[in-house]
Write a protein of this length. Structure first.
Lengths: 335, 297
């Protein structure tokens, strides 16, 4: 257990952004189930944390890290949206800080209790098979494509096997802990010495995305509305609304942007990239629909090749994006 | 703070004929259990709503600062848990006077953005009368504010706090305890009394009517409603109140259209036919209605 916590602690790096504001940046290496960056906001009395990691170990490790920064208790946890890598760690905060208040958009609570619960069940069902599969590869010395394992592949499979096994154990202990305080458009926490704005710009990456804006520090945490170094995930997205949300983020004019995945962003070009990406997606799918193309034909035709060249593994992501945009435009997607 | 208290006392005196002065010792806090862990507390000032349960104590409004100890004692008669959340239905001192005291005891104060905005700076009245109120101390200000609505999943309840059209002020919230089906309407509802509409602070008779209608549409026959002032109400009480608002509003609107001045309108007693069911300051209500309608609102 101790070693797992140490591994989890190595999973992120704490970076100071402003007086009382830190970000826990997930390190790509060593691999872990931390997955999403967390923002740590300290006011004169308490601490507010934005997003709680997918792994309970990582959540524990982050709380231990926070304790090295300050002795103040975590009073608020804000979930940017309902995906597991942003909310699964909630229960650890409840255990460690019984008074903690979980804040999120009302759709985040609703989705956690429906789609989120369903996804958790799926994970619990599918993980044992994928762990067993990896055990077989390691035992037989034959890899996924029938090739003999070299040292590098064997190590990666071993790591994957260990991470999945640990993660499955955690999932069996998991109690989805949805926000207890939900809101619609905007909520402001006037903490002593710190103002924290929580803003919903409408359905975008999910139905209930919120950004966390620190107006006095010019910092905004945008959840998965902006991705740094990867193609954005559209699986639960409302692409037209996403464009509007980007406008809302732009209007905040924050100098420092924290996406949940990737590094600290101070270059406005990341926002512009997402604007252009979403606009092109909309235009190209519009044209395909006007031409009378089916969903499958549209997925063949719209590749967004100008946007994905530098983003590894984006082909499937683009197909998902095209599908969601197509369904939204043909009104088969109800927010 | 003191000016707030005096103002609040005068308002209550004007509206309800209540005892005035600083005679706080004589005030008794009464606790009326409703259902589902919900209670209505009365003392002097706005009615309080109280939810108790496993998550912690949840309070709506807090009357005047000198009453905090009595209110706390009354709450302790129901639960040993301290107040975690305190929601203000609006900014007036007879609903927020205890904020600083409760804040010191660790309660988190929640209200609409406009409540904090107005409490943060000195406020001036120029329409209904000429007066100013100093800014509230930082400890009395709401610490969580919202723009439209906020819901607490708390004590097994869904506590839905929603901002309504400018009614009594421009920062009014109505609280719906959905499971128990109990509302707290703050001063958007004076049960059996003519309302005070604070047009200087953004209140408007049309919003009073739309809020009453909106809540009425959400009620069932057994719904219970805590009004800002007056006894615990039924939907029928709210309907009678709404119909009175509409009746007076329509009469005053006709008079405004006919070019009558405010004193002529008051002299015509457009509310008198409701005097058998409604008590309080009908003249103040008529004047506020006139201002609501004559300023292009």
């Amino acid at each position: 257990m101790l070693s797992a916590v140490l591994v989890a602690a190595a999973a992120f790096e704490i970076v100071a952004l402003a007086e009382g504001v830190h970000v826990a940046l997930v390190r790509p290496d060593p691999p872990s189930y931390a997955f999403a960056n967390a923002l740590i906001i300290e006011d004169d009395e308490t601490v507010t944390v934005v997003d709680t990691h997918q792994s309970l170990e990582a959540a524990e490790a982050l709380i231990d890290e926070i304790a090295t920064l300050t002795s103040k208790p975590v009073a608020f946890v804000i979930n940017t949206h309902w995906h597991g890598d942003h909310v699964y760690g909630n229960q650890v905060y409840r255990d460690r800080f019984p008074e903690v208040i979980f804040i999120g958009h009302r759709a985040t609570r609703a989705e956690m209790l429906s789609a989120g619960a369903a996804r958790l069940s799926e994970e619990l069902e599918s993980l044992p098979g994928s762990i067993e599969q990896r055990a077989q590869w390691l035992a037989s010395g034959i890899g996924p494509s029938g090739e003999p394992l070299d040292v590098d592949l064997q190590q990666r499979i071993e790591t994957s096997h260990r991470l999945r096994s640990d993660y499955l154990e955690e999932l069996r202990e998991l109690t989805l802990t949805p926000p207890t305080l939900t809101f619609d458009k905007e909520l402001t926490l006037k903490r002593p010495g710190k103002t924290i704005r929580v803003i919903h710009f409408g359905p975008a990456h999910t139905r209930g995305d919120v950004v966390v804006h620190l107006p006095d520090d010019d910092i905004v945490a945008v959840g998965d509305l902006l991705e740094e170094g990867a193609f954005p995930y559209f699986g639960d997205a409302y692409p037209a609304g996403w464009e509007k949300a980007l406008n809302g983020i732009g209007a905040l004019r924050a100098t420092t942007t924290i996406p949940s995945h990737g590094g600290i962003v101070r270059d406005p070009r990341l926002l512009q990239f997402h604007f252009r990406l979403l606009r092109s997606l909309r235009h190209e799918v519009e044209v395909a629909i006007l031409k009378g193309l089916t969903l499958d034909q549209t997925k063949e035709q719209v590749t967004l090749s100008g946007f994905v060249a530098d983003l590894p593994g984006s082909e499937e992501g683009v197909r998902t994006a095209v599908e969601r945009m197509y369904l939204e435009q043909t009104e088969e997607l109800e927010p | 703070m003191r000016r707030w208290m005096i103002l609040g006392s005068l308002l209550i005196a004007a509206m309800a004929g209540a005892q005035t002065g600083d005679d706080w010792d004589s005030v008794q806090i009464e606790t009326l259990p409703i259902r589902g862990g919900l209670h209505m507390l009365t003392g002097r000032g706005g009615n309080l709503g109280l939810s108790v349960g496993a998550d912690g104590t949840f309070l709506v409004d807090d009357q005047y600062a000198p009453l905090t100890d009595k209110i706390v004692a009354a709450i302790e008669g129901v639960t040993s848990d301290p107040v975690r959340f305190l929601v203000n239905t609006h900014l007036h001192g007879d609903h927020t006077g205890g904020n600083e005291n409760f804040g010191k005891r660790g309660s988190i104060i929640v209200a609409h953005d406009n409540v904090r905005r107005r409490m943060s700076t000195e406020q001036f009245r120029t329409i209904l009368r000429n007066e100013s109120m100093p800014a509230s101390p930082p400890g009395a200000l709401p610490k969580i504010t919202f723009s439209e609505e906020v819901t607490f999943y708390w004590n097994g309840e869904e506590i839905h706090v929603f901002h309504v059209d400018p009614s009594h002020t421009d920062g009014d919230s109505v609280i719906h305890f959905r499971r128990a089906d109990v509302f707290h309407m703050g001063d958007t509802f004076f049960n059996g009394r003519y309302p005070f509409i604070d047009v200087d602070f953004g209140g408007n008779v049309n919003g009073m009517i739309s809020t009453a209608s909106r809540v009425l549409a959400m009620t069932k026959s057994d719904t219970k409603i805590i009004p800002g002032h007056g006894p615990l109400a039924s939907p029928e009480d709210l309907r009678a109140y709404r119909d009175m608002l509409v009746g007076v509003r329509d009469r005053v609107a006709t008079m405004v259209n006919d070019g009558m001045g405010i004193d002529e309108v008051v002299a015509a007693s457009p509310a008198s036919s409701f005097d058998d069911r409604f008590t309080g300051n009908s003249e103040g209500f008529v004047r506020a209605t006139y201002h609501s309608l004559s300023e292009g609102n």
